[in-house]
Design a protein around this ligand. Structure first.
Ligand code: TIU
Length: 221
């Protein structure tokens, strides 16, 4: 056991049952011409967390604990893309359209892959998910169970969309969830702050928050 100096109160980490989940650090969300940009967002904001997220991932690797990556993407034939998702709003390019990094948010295209700075290493699990949450229509839950995980640290983008959705899904399934506040980002700074506060309010109603340094210290790296 190791104590993590988290908010709103410290949490005892059971290291053999702890894993890191890095949500959707894909070129489509952080590079020009991708899905995030097609929705009208300033994707530059998200790039600021790349070095911190790399340090967090390195800490888990050094401690010998699992790192699981997710990618929001769809099959090339769009059979897992509900029309309600594709037809939403008035984006510059829709999911499946040809963009500068290949087809927007489609599995196997350069834009849908994880950025080189945070690329998975041999043996790490990558979950492709058609929704915002990582449990829906994926083997994520079975993977966590097979690895014997009970506590999850979350990083990635965007804080209030895919990260928070997955944290809430995990919390309902009995996992203790910790958000790494400096390894997650939103296109909307106010939404990031609000998500952090709503997660840890009411006695950690969804989970805990901690910085990358605090997490690395608890890991002993
Ligand atoms: N648009 C936005 O903020 N996020 C997403 O569409 N997906 C994820 O958060 N990964």
């Amino acid at each position: 056991m190791a104590t993590l100096a988290a908010d709103p109160f410290p949490i005892e980490l059971d290291l053999p049952a702890l894993g890191l989940v890095v949500i959707d650090m894909q070129r489509d969300f952080v590079e020009a011409g991708g899905f995030g940009a097609s929705l009208g967002n300033d994707v530059g904001l998200l790039r600021a967390i790349i070095p911190t997220t790399a340090r967090l991932i390195a800490g888990f690797r050094e401690a010998g604990l699992p790192v699981i990556h997710t990618r929001e993407c769809h099959r090339p034939d769009l059979s897992d893309l509900p029309p309600a998702k594709r037809d939403r709003g008035n984006p510059a390019l829709r999911i499946g359209d040809e963009g500068p990094m290949g087809r927007i948010l489609i599995a196997g295209e350069p834009g849908a892959d994880i950025i080189p700075e945070l690329y998975p290493i041999e043996g790490e699990t990558v979950i492709d998910k058609p929704g915002k949450g990582a449990f829906y229509a994926t083997p994520f839950g079975e993977v966590l169970k097979a690895k014997g995980l009970r506590q999850l640290v979350f990083a990635g983008v965007t804080t209030e969309v895919c990260v928070q959705t997955t944290m809430r899904e995990a919390n309902d399934r009995g996992f203790e969830c910790i958000l790494a506040t400096d390894a997650t980002e939103s296109y909307f700074p106010a939404f990031k702050q609000a998500a952090i506060e709503m997660i840890r309010a009411q006695g950690a109603i969804v989970g805990w928050t901690a910085t990358t340094d605090q997490i690395r210290e608890a890991l002993g790296v």
